[in-house]
Design a protein around this ligand. Structure first.
Ligand code: ATR
Length: 275
């Protein structure tokens, strides 16, 4: 029997998830469908419940419901717990399981697709909102030599690292703390690029040969990317690979098999603004 999956959000029409999952299903010969369902704040829970009752196997949850979904699950992964947000649901005889594949998608894009290993490297995340919270634990688990989280509002960066704080290894603070940090990988998890703002990253933030990764995609060359190039970064990335990576991780959770993202990345690359 054909297994049903769906994305729930508002809006959903612009989402690339249906294209991604259809491509993965084709690649791996999986008998499944994936649709996009528009929900409202009022009918979100009911929409998910109905899909489960109809025999649906899993769902992706996108804005603005990633937090609303927390009180809908029976169990959730450690990374969803850490992120306090869910983007993937799986339905089976054990009930509703919630996961967050955003961070794993980012890590696999950097390490597998781009070939930049994070273990033993110096890592900087700028931002301490929902996006930063979602990627913190998976990034930490790659065992960077030094991991700094900075934010315009410093206390929020401290909240993100929480109990994982470890002086000289895992630290948090204001953006100025990145001065002379010589980071190998710098990730912009702020929403500054959406408003065209520059981040006040200080001199010496970027190590020679470093990677500057913007979580947003389809924004073209952002102020963060321009500043990174001027600051000495050798490589730039947008969040398209993370988008594809989070979908691949979700597919793995649902189908027990990991798709190859190369072909899909090539297909999607031409549909977004070049960087
Ligand atoms: P998201 O879900 O995209 O993470 P969010 O939770 O609203 O969105 O968080 C936005 C993040 O971008 C925050 O870290 C915010 O910094 P503050 O906590 O100080 O507000 C950061 N941000 C947004 N605009 C910024 C700017 N112009 N300069 C620096 N940081 C900015």
């Amino acid at each position: 029997m054909t297994d049903r999956y769906a994305l729930v959000g508002n809006p959903v029409a612009q989402s690339k998830s249906p294209i991604l999952h259809a491509a993965f299903a084709r690649q791996l010969n999986q008998d499944m469908t994936y649709e996009a369902i528009l929900a409202t704040k009022e009918n979100f829970h009911e929409t998910v419940r109905r899909f489960i009752d109809e025999g649906g196997k899993g769902m992706n949850i996108t804005a603005p419901f990633k937090l609303d979904v927390l009180d809908l699950v029976d169990t959730m992964s450690e990374r969803a717990q850490a992120a306090q947000a869910i983007n993937t649901l799986k339905f089976d005889e054990n009930g509703v399981y919630g996961d967050n594949t955003d961070g794993a998608g980012l890590v696999s894009d950097i390490q597998e697709y781009m070939g930049v290993k994070l273990k033993g490297r110096r890592l900087l995340v700028v931002g301490a909102g929902g996006a930063a919270r979602g990627i913190f634990l998976p990034l930490l688990q790659t065992e960077p030599a030094y991991f700094l989280v900075v934010n315009r509002t410093a206390h929020k960066a401290h909240e993100i690292i929480g109990d994982h704080a470890d002086p000289g290894k895992v630290e948090a603070g204001a953006i100025e703390l990145a001065a002379d940090g010589q980071f190998d990988v710098v990730i912009n998890a702020t929403s500054a690029s959406l408003t065209g703002d520059h981040l006040p990253l200080p001199q010496g933030t970027y190590a020679k040969g470093s990677l500057a990764y913007e979580l947003a995609y389809n924004k073209g060359r952002t102020p963060f990317m321009d500043d990174a190039t001027r600051g000495g970064a050798a490589r730039l990335a947008d969040g398209l690979g993370m988008l594809v990576g989070q979908a691949a991780e979700g597919f793995l959770l649902w189908r027990g098999i990991r798709p190859d993202v190369t072909e899909v990345m090539r297909m999607l690359r031409s549909t977004v603004k070049p960087i």
